[in-house]
Each structure stands twice: as structure tokens, then as C-alpha cells.
Design a protein around this ligand. Structure first.
Ligand code: GMT
Length: 378
């Protein structure tokens, strides 16, 4: 099929999911066109069947805010017409679902029928989408999509609670490409470059926005450090990174934290990890937790949003109420202080991650595309 994918090209989870999805679809023989303002960070354009179309903005001094949605809609119309796309799959409702609705109407006037799939990822519903400034337009564009998916049961429920939705919502979980985490990587993992053998390694990966509660990450590590010699890897960049540095200095543990910045080689970093920390305020799914589990790392997380659908209490790690730093630290220590127990949690985490293998999830998206294509005016 011919599919357009619209997403944020940055390090956010929705962009990562969209990019991995597009690459996997192209690998299966579909023709995939990415439409966004920059080349997505994980997009490898070398593969055949993949195309990238950049949305360009005409800056004008009159505008305090440049009208990106207009440029995006225009680009969608251009690409759908030129390459005869059948499906536009937009990731993150704001402003993508709204821009897709406009593009669809313009194309309709030109006698072209394109079907729009909207995947809701999290804060496009919870923190941002339901804000009074956006709610009306977000609700409208969800209701006018041809198909709507959420990345967890929890996000589906929140969507139905926060908006007046008159569409079916399919839940399609985030997925993982397990081949990227081969056994060999573990054998070759030069752990000694990060920590001596008597120390453990904890990791947190995020875009350091307030919703990730990165101060809690540092606080949990501080408590763990009191009992278990260890290092903390902090991967990613964002508004709360500086506060995390300050907190680490206050606790006197700055030297035990490695700040690694953004990375596209997460599997290589995760191979060092004994325990992954994700104490988020809310998390519609928690892709980072799944990536850690695929690399055999158990997860200490909060129990908010969709995290209980990914992290299984007492099996793949532990879940605690948001902000329960002491409890999170206690659970991390429980896993780390016994070698055999830690190995068991690592095995469980890896085994559970297979449930989300891309081979299991991709057909669900393809089924939606096929169903919609059958309804298209051709
Ligand atoms: O909602 C966000 O924070 C943005 C979004 C992104 O683009 O980074 O992240 C969300 O989408 C991911 C992929 O579906 C999920 O795994 C994350 O849990 C989710 N983040 C939140 O809900 C905070």
C-alpha cells in the first residue's frame, strides 16, 4: 500500500514509534512517505520504499506564531496527489490530526479520497489535548478521523473520559524490534567502561520534561546508593536536566552519574543496565520501559497510566505510586542485592518484552489500513 506518515521528528516516543513503524512497513514492501519538518532522528532513508518530504515554513515578520498546520496540510495534499497515497497515518493529535482533516477536505474537492488514521500517544490527550485552548479542535479531529488508535487501554479510557468521542478506538500497543537487542550485544557489552564489577548500573532515558519526574530518578538513586554501590546513566536532554544535575550535587552523588545526552544507540547503552527507572507522573505506555525490558533490564516505575500494561508487578520489576521514592528505592535494592534474583527479573523482563515484538503488532496497523482502503472511492 501507499502510506503517508506524519509525526514529530524528534526524540519523543511518538516520533520513534512512527519512524520504526514506517521503516517496518517499507521493509514489508509498502511504499512509505514521511511528511514532517525534519528528517526523523531514527529514520534510515537508505532502505528502499522510504521517502521523506520536508514541510517548509514561510517565515513572515507579521506572525508571532508561524502557521505550521497550513504548511503541513498543503504538503500532505501535494504528496498524496503526487504519489497517490491511500492512507495518511498521523501520530500525535496536535496539530497533525487537525491538519490531516484539512488536507482530506481539500483532496475531496479534487476528487481524491484518502483515509486518515490518527494514533493518540499520550500528552496529546492528557496534558495538552484536553486543555481548553485545544480541546474543541482535538475532539473534532479525532471524531473526523477514519480510524483512531491509542497505545494502551489506559489511554483509550482517558480519551473517552476527557472527550466526547463518537468513534471506535482500537488499542495497538507500542512495539519493539527485538533483533536490535541480540544476545551477542550482551556478550560484547563492555560494562567495565561504565562501572567496576562490584557496582551496579541504573539507567533513566527520557526527554527530561516535568512529566518524567527526573528529580525522583536522582532521589531513588541516592537511596539505592546508600546500600548498593552503583552508577546512574541519565540519557536524554530537556528542560529538567539542569535541575537533575543540581539535585545530584546536593546529594553529593554527582560523580556517580553519567550524563550521556541524546542517543540513537539506546540498545548499546541499555546493555549495561541492571535496573531501569521510570517514575513518571503519567505515561500512556512507557516505550522506554519496553526498550529496557528488551535489553533484559527490569523496571522500577510509577503505576500511572499505561505502565501496568507493560511492567508486571513482582515479575518484570515493580510499580509504586507516583512520588513514592523510598518504596521505589527499596524495590530496586531488593532486586539488586541478590545476584540470582536479579537474573530472574532480567529473564522475566526479556521474556515479557516479546509480547510486544513488532511482528505481533504490525499486522494490527496493516489490518486497519486494508479495512479503510476497501472503503475508499477509487
Ligand atoms: O505524550 C508524550 O509525552 C509525547 C509522546 C512522545 O512523543 O514522546 O510520548 C508518549 O508516547 C509514547 C509512544 O507512544 C509512549 O510510550 C509514552 O508513554 C507517551 N508519553 C507519555 O504519556 C508521557
Amino acid at each position: 500500500m501507499k502510506i503517508g506518515i506524519v509525526c514529530y521528528p524528534t526524540f519523543g516516543g511518538s516520533g520513534v514509534v512512527a519512524t520504526e513503524l514506517g521503516m517496518a512497513l517499507a521493509h514489508k514492501g509498502h511504499e512509505v512517505h514521511f511528511i514532517t519538518y525534519n528528517q526523523p532522528v531514527r529514520l534510515d532513508l537508505i532502505s528502499s520504499g522510504l521517502h521523506f518530504h520536508q514541510v517548509q515554513i514561510k517565515e513572515y515578520p507579521l506572525f508571532e506564531y508561524q502557521p505550521y498546520e497550513l504548511a503541513l496540510s498543503s504538503k500532505m495534499v501535494e504528496v498524496v496527489s503526487k504519489y497517490k497515497l491511500e492512507i495518511l497515518h498521523v501520530h500525535y493529535a496536535i496539530p497533525h490530526a487537525y491538519a490531516a482533516y484539512m488536507a482530506k477536505q481539500i483532496l475531496h474537492e479534487q476528487g481524491v479520497d484518502v483515509k486518515v488514521v490518527t494514533t493518540l500517544h499520550g500528552t496529546d490527550i492528557t496534558l495538552v489535548g484536553s486543555h481548553p485552548s485545544y480541546k474543541t479542535a482535538v475532539e473534532f479531529s479525532i471524531n473526523h478521523s477514519d480510524a483512531v488508535t491509542t497505545v494502551s487501554e489506559s489511554l483509550k479510557k482517558q480519551t473517552l473520559d476527557l472527550f466526547d468521542i463518537r468513534k471506535e478506538i482500537d488499542v495497538i500497543y507500542n512495539f519493539i524490534e527485538l533483533e536490535k537487542y541480540p544476545e551477542v550485544l550482551h556478550k560484547e557489552c563492555q560494562r567495565i567502561t561504565i562501572a567496576p564489577d562490584n557496582e551496579h548500573i541504573l539507567t533513566h532515558i527520557s526527554n527530561f520534561r516535568p512529566v518524567k519526574r527526573t528529580q525522583d530518578v536522582v532521589d531513588v538513586f541516592y537511596e539505592v546508593q546508600k546500600e548498593i554501590p552503583s552508577k546512574l546513566l541519565l540519557v536524554g536532554e530537556g528542560p529538567d536536566l539542569q535541575a537533575a544535575r543540581v539535585r545530584a550535587k546536593e546529594h553529593g552523588i554527582y560523580e556517580d552519574i553519567l550524563f550521556l545526552g541524546n542517543s540513537v544507540e539506546l540498545e548499546k547503552i541499555l546493555c549495561y543496565t541492571d535496573v531501569f527507572l521510570l517514575p513518571s507522573e503519567t505515561e500512556s505506555f512507557g516505550l522506554a520501559a519496553l526498550e529496557a525490558m528488551a535489553a533484559r533490564s527490569p523496571v522500577i516505575s510509577s503505576n500511572s497510566g499505561g505502565l501496568p500494561e507493560v511492567n508486571v508487578q513482582g515479575v518484570t520489576g515493580f510499580l509504586s505510586p507516583v512520588g513514592a521514592v523510598k518504596e521505589m528505592a527499596k524495590n530496586a535494592i531488593y532486586m539488586l542485592q541478590d545476584k540470582e534474583r536479579l537474573e530472574e527479573f532480567k529473564d522475566n523482563a526479556y521474556t515479557h518484552s516479546k509480547k510486544f515484538a513488532i511482528e505481533e503488532i504490525l499486522p494490527d496497523y496493516e489490518a486497519i489500513y486494508k479495512k479503510l482502503d476497501a472503503l475508499r472511492d477509487k
